[in-house]
Design a protein around this ligand. Structure first.
Ligand code: SF4
Ligand code: SF4
Length: 150
């Protein structure tokens, strides 16, 4: 059994939920909330800055704010506690339960074709799981825990 903080962060596919933009307690959400708070009523100033500073970039502020609001309102609890909001075709979460493994590399069928991933994600899954098998889950987690997911 791995440490809880590892299992709360890494899904059975090995992707790091804690660095996902949709993760409720993730840095992307927390920093977006902080940025929103610090921007206050910047909407008004963004409009003024287009004229005052002749900075057309501020015309795009509402688009930026829409994304910031989106990042600030996400609510996913991670793959092991919630349903994934991103990879709707993923079969790994339920399959790994059926196979009674915490990660795919521990499964006797690995590497399989049951994952439900597209080509890009399949490559990433294979590379993560192969690395985990080589250096262990804890070693893998320590290598990536402070890196961006994207
Ligand atoms: S389960 Fe899916 S949406 Fe939720 S944090 Fe993990 S990768 Fe992101
Ligand atoms: S069958 Fe495939 S998707 Fe399911 S747990 Fe095993 S390796 Fe993972």
């Amino acid at each position: 059994m791995k440490h809880n903080n590892i299992l709360n962060s890494l899904g059975p596919c090995g992707l790091n939920c804690s660095k996902c933009f949709a993760f409720k307690n993730g840095a992307i959400k927390q920093l977006s909330l902080e940025l929103k708070e610090n921007l206050g009523n910047f909407d008004i100033y963004a409009k003024r800055f287009v004229e005052l500073l002749d900075e057309l970039i501020f015309k795009k502020y509402s688009d930026f704010k829409e994304i910031l609001n989106h990042f600030s309102n996400v609510e996913c609890n991670g793959c092991r506690k919630d349903e994934c909001k991103l990879f709707l075709s993923c079969k790994v979460k339920h399959c790994s339960k059926d196979q009674t493994v915490e990660f795919c590399f521990e499964c006797s069928e690995f590497p399989c074709s049951k994952h439900g991933f597209d080509e890009h994600l399949e490559k990433r899954w294979l590379s993560i799981q192969t690395k985990m098998r080589k250096i262990g889950v804890e070693g893998y987690y320590n290598e990536i825990k402070n890196l961006p997911r994207y």
